[in-house]
Design a protein around this ligand. Structure first.
Ligand code: COA
Length: 259
């Protein structure tokens, strides 16, 4: 499908999703969010896609936030709705059964930082900068930023970044655990692809269960341990389980189908 603000490329089973509004530093307007929702919906159903990368167009920004030009005139009802819609799209990413990784190639501010945090993990180029500058606008993050930043870097530092609106550079993001790797700009996509290829060589069914179990930890009121043993049991019913254990015993490489 052709999109207006998003580019997609299926590179050997990895869908590279590029937010493409470089003249606006890839800011997320309504159209872009709708397109992102469609892309996420399609990639789950598309058997030729095994994993995804979200990145930004150009070399300056991943995503510099929600599009501020659409903010004026918002009231309590429309503001809450905007945040709810955005949150639902980001939940779609977080709960995607296929791995979704952010390749952060520049500014990841506000909704951009939130988009990166909704992905399963993040890599950054050396020029990446992260921040939640909403308080500069008289706002707070609305796409899950107050929740996911705590999950990733802890309460004290999250409070500081959310209250000061300070931007942090890639090395500090690495040190805080917000990103897993920092690379040169040229190495960002190759390194992300290398990691995803490794993941894609494992059982897709088991990978989807890992995503679910890890996400369960953050759902209040859920017994993640119980969920884990149920999912462990579910894995035992799969062809992937038979193939993985047989391959080990036969000293050969497993060929998983995800069934
Ligand atoms: N929403 C809408 N437009 C945005 C945007 C956003 N979040 N971020 C950048 N843009 C636009 C700018 O308005 C500018 O458009 P113009 O050329 O039509 O004037 C263009 O992108 C380039 O940005 P500019 O500010 O000129 O680049 P810069 O290098 O001087 O500064 C930033 C880069 C990221 C520091 C700055 O753009 C910025 O602070 N953006 C807003 C970040 C933010 O608050 N995000 C959270 C939103 S909730």
């Amino acid at each position: 499908m052709a999109y207006q603000n998003i580019l997609t490329e299926n590179r050997e089973g990895i869908l590279i999703i590029t937010i493409n509004r470089p003249d606006k530093l890839n800011a997320l307007n309504g159209q872009t969010l709708t397109e992102l929702q469609d892309v996420m919906h399609d990639l789950v159903k598309n058997d030729s896609v095994k994993a995804a990368i979200i990145t930004g167009s150009g070399n300056k920004a991943f995503v510099a936030g929600a599009d501020i030009s659409g903010f004026q005139g918002m009231n309590k009802t429309s503001g809450s709705k905007l945040a709810e819609v955005g949150q639902n799209i980001f939940f779609q990413i977080e709960n995607c059964p296929k791995p979704v990784v952010a390749a952060v190639n520049g500014f990841a501010l506000g909704g951009g930082c939130e988009l990166a945090m909704a992905c399963h993990f993040r890599l950054a180029s050396e020029n990446a900068k992260f921040g939640q500058p909403e308080v500069n606008l008289g706002l707070i993050p609305g796409y899950g930023g107050t929740q996911r930043l705590i999950q990733l870097i802890g309460k004290g530092k999250a409070m500081e970044l959310l209250m000061t609106a300070d931007m942090i550079a890639a090395p500090e993001a690495l040190q805080l655990g917000l990103v897993n790797y920092v690379t040169t700009s040229d190495d960002l996509l190759p390194k992300t692809i290398e990691l995803l290829k490794k993941i894609m060589s494992k059982s897709p069914f088991a990978i989807s269960r890992v995503i679910d179990c890890v996400n369960k930890y953050f759902e209040p009121g859920n017994d993640g341990f119980r969920f884990e043993y149920d999912q462990f049991g579910a894995c035992c019913e799969t062809e992937d389980f038979k193939e993985g254990t047989s391959a080990f015993l036969e000293k050969r490489k497993a060929n998983f189908t995800g069934r």
